[in-house]
Design a protein around this ligand. Structure first.
Ligand code: SF4
Ligand code: SF4
Length: 163
């Protein structure tokens, strides 16, 4: 697997949004697909190889990158980076520093995302920042983070139109 992704995954091996298991609070909403849908998580560049041929996991190529469809439950060590970061996202600002934002894609499903970062464990926010710093050292991962940040901007514009 890509070294930067592997290091970022490692950084988020233990840190979680709350000190307790937030899945017990919300019924693990982010792990349940919408009714009748097979939803997947976007994989970071180089991450797909960890899931190719893995029983119960499927990798799909999309216009936005590789998506993985999971079995609906997983062990911490096999969790994709997108799931480890959720519901936050590291964003590279104009000066090259990492800013941690609440992922707008998460607001539809995650009660913590709706409350914002103040509801989350500061150690988790720090771990997401550090994971972002590790990713930003790789040109390929930095480009991918920029694409995710662009998507957040587009969502922000859409929300302004409809809310
Ligand atoms: S939806 Fe949010 S609160 Fe629920 S398990 Fe996922 S991250 Fe935790
Ligand atoms: S990979 Fe794991 S954490 Fe991510 S959605 Fe599937 S079950 Fe949930």
């Amino acid at each position: 697997m890509d070294a930067a992704v592997s290091a970022a995954r490692e950084k988020l091996n233990q840190a979680t949004p709350l000190k307790k298991d937030c899945g017990r609070v919300c019924g693990a909403r982010c792990c349940r697909p919408m009714e009748g849908e097979e939803t997947g998580m976007l994989l970071f560049p180089g991450e797909a190889e960890a899931y190719a041929g893995k029983p119960g996991w499927k990798v799909r190529k999309t216009a936005h990158g590789d998506l993985v469809v999971c079995p609906g439950s997983c062990r911490r060590e096999e969790r994709p980076l997108s799931c480890r970061l959720f519901p936050l996202l590291p964003v590279i600002d104009d000066g090259g520093a990492i800013r941690v934002v609440t992922d707008l894609r998460a607001k539809a499903v995650c009660p913590l995302a709706r409350q914002g970062k103040s509801a989350m464990d500061p150690a988790f926010i720090d771990a997401v920042r550090e994971a972002g710093e590790l990713l930003a050292r790789s040109d390929e991962q930095a480009v991918f983070l920029d694409l995710l940040a662009d998507e957040q901007e587009q969502l922000k514009e859409l929300r302004k139109k409809f809310i």
